[in-house]
Design a protein around this ligand. Sequence first.
Ligand code: SAM
Length: 383
Amino acid sequence: MTPAARVEAAIRILDGIAAGHPAEQLLTTWGRTARYAGSKDRAAVRDHVFDALRCWRSAAAMGGGESGRARMLGLLRLQGQDTAALFSGEGHGPASLTEAEQAAGHASEGAEAWDLPDWLAAQFRDSLGPAAEATALALRARADVFLRVNTLKATLAEARARLADEGIETEPHPLSPTALRVTGGARAIARSAAYAEGLVDLQDAASQAVVDMLPLSSGLRVLDYCAGGGGKALAMAARMGTGRVDAHDAAPKRMADLTARAARAGAAIRTLSSPRGPYELVLCDVPCSGSGAWRRAPEGKWRLTEARLAEVQALQARILDDAAALVAPGGTLAYATCSVLQGENAAQIAGFVRRRPQWRVLSQRQFLPAEGGDGFFAAIMGC
Ligand SMILES: C[S@@+](CC[C@H](N)C(=O)[O-])C[C@H]1O[C@@H](n2cnc3c(N)ncnc32)[C@H](O)[C@@H]1O
C-alpha cells in the first residue's frame, strides 16, 4: 500500500469509531478484507488509528471537522507531515484537499489541547493539581513497550543478552529492578525464544513497581483477588521464589490462559473460583477507568462517562470490603488501579479506612505516565 492508501484506510476506520464501533473490531474486519495489505501496512494503519484516538479532539480542531477525513488531516498536520502529498487523490489515497479544507483548522487550547472530554479535564485538575497538564499531554503519545524479567528463569543481564541475540534491544528502567524498556525490535518479542521460554513477559514498568511495593516472601499465603490475565499474579510468584499464589477473578474466563502462562514462567499459580482464606496478603487489582493506561487504550478516554465512573467506584469499594474479609489477622490488604483519578485512588482508600477503622494505610503511591510507565496507584494496608 502507498502511504496515502494507508491514510485512506485509517479514515474509513475512524468514521466507524465515530459511529460507535470498537477500534479493534474495525481493524480486524479491515484486515480480513484487505488481503493486499502486508504486515507493515497493517501496523501503519493501526498506528494512524491509535494516534488519532489519542489526539481525537486536537486532531479534529486542527483538521477543521469531526469526520474521519478531517481528523486524519488534523493528525497529519499535528505530526508535521506533508498533507498535500498524502491527500492528492493518487495511489488509492484520499481525494485532494479542497480550498475550504486547506483554510480550515486551528490549534487547540484547554481540554481540547489536553485531548480529554471537558468533564475529565476537570477531574484531572482536581486529582492531580499541577501535574494534570503533563499527565494529560503524556497520554497523547504512544506508550513504550516494557518487559518484566522473570527472575525464576533469568537475571536481568541474562535476559538482556538472550533478547539481544534475537535482535531485541532493551535497557533497564528506574521504575522497577525487573523492568526492561524495549528500545528496538519490539515486533520480534512475541515470536522470540526468550519469550517462549518464559524468561520475559510483557508488563508495564509501573505495574511491576506496584508488585515491588508488596511485602512478599516465600511461604506466605497470597491471593490475587482480581487476577484477570494474571500479569500481577505472575510477578508476585516470581518475587516469592518458591511460594504459590492463588488467583481469583469474578469472570473466571479472564484467567483462561493463566495456567499455561504460569507453566511457561515456571511459576506456581492455582486458579480458584471461590477463595476461602485466610490469606496473609490479598491484592485487589480492581477494575477501573484505565485512565493511567490511555496511551495504550485511548478509546477509553472518549467512551468513559460520569455514570460509568461512579459505577466502577462503587464496585471498587465492594471489592475492597469483600477482599478484606479474606485477610488473616495481622495480614496485608493491597489495592491497585491503573488510574490517575483521585476518586478511584486515595479517596477510595480514605473511604475504606473510614468504613473499617481497624485498617490503617501503611503506604500509598501514585505513579504518573511522566515517570515512563502507565499511571498506577497502589495502597498497602494492615490490620
Ligand atoms: C484490572 S483487571 C486485573 C488485571 C490483572 N491483575 C493483571 O495484572 O493482569 C481487573 C479484574 O477484576 C475482575 N473483577 C471485576 N469485578 C470483580 C469482583 N467483584 N471480584 C473479583 N474480580 C473482579 C475483572 O474481571 C478483571 O479481570
